[in-house]
Design a protein around this ligand. Structure first.
Ligand SMILES: [Fe+2]
Length: 161
């Protein structure tokens, strides 16, 4: 197992935590705007990203690599509305997908079966993540800023468990 591959996973582990940080800022924004359902939903997203980082930490430890935590960037806190938040979330997920695919490609090039198998879960997970945000964007575009629609959607998002 190459050092380069392990460092890429370590880098991604840090980026998953960065993702949690970005979603935390989105949660705070939704909460400030009194959209409790969106805030709950983004709070759930924060926990998922921490779990992703934990999966990578565990894998690195299992193969004998000491995980290294790096400084995080301050998350974006500039949002115009919920559609803007969701579009920025999708952009972020696309960047995550790009990085995951780079790891998968490097693992295949090195013929590293353990990393190929490990990273496949994340490849699949990213399909789901992008689809989830894509659907939310479609719904918000249809609602088109109408408060009645926004509150119905907010009520539905409150039930994410
Ligand atoms: Fe993630």
């Amino acid at each position: 197992m190459s050092e380069k591959l392990l460092e890429m996973i370590n880098e991604q582990m840090n980026f998953e935590l960065q993702s949690a940080y970005e979603y935390k800022a989105m949660q705070i924004y939704a909460d400030d705007e009194e959209f409790e359902g969106f805030a709950h939903w983004f709070g759930h997203q924060v926990m998922e990203e921490i779990e992703h980082a934990e999966k990578m930490t565990k894998f690195l430890q299992e193969v004998g690599f000491k995980p290294v935590y790096k400084a995080m960037e301050a998350p974006n806190t500039e949002f115009t509305d919920l559609l803007d938040v969701t579009k920025k979330a999708l952009d972020h997920e696309k960047e995550v997908t790009r990085r995951i695919h780079e790891i998968a490609k490097a693992a295949r090039e090195e013929g590293d079966e353990r990393v190929i198998s490990f990273i496949q879960w994340f490849v699949d997970e990213q399909v789901e993540e992008e689809d989830t945000f894509g659907k939310l964007i479609t719904r918000l575009e249809r609602i088109n800023g109408n408060y009645g629609g926004l509150y119905i959607l907010d009520g539905q998002l409150a039930h994410r468990g």
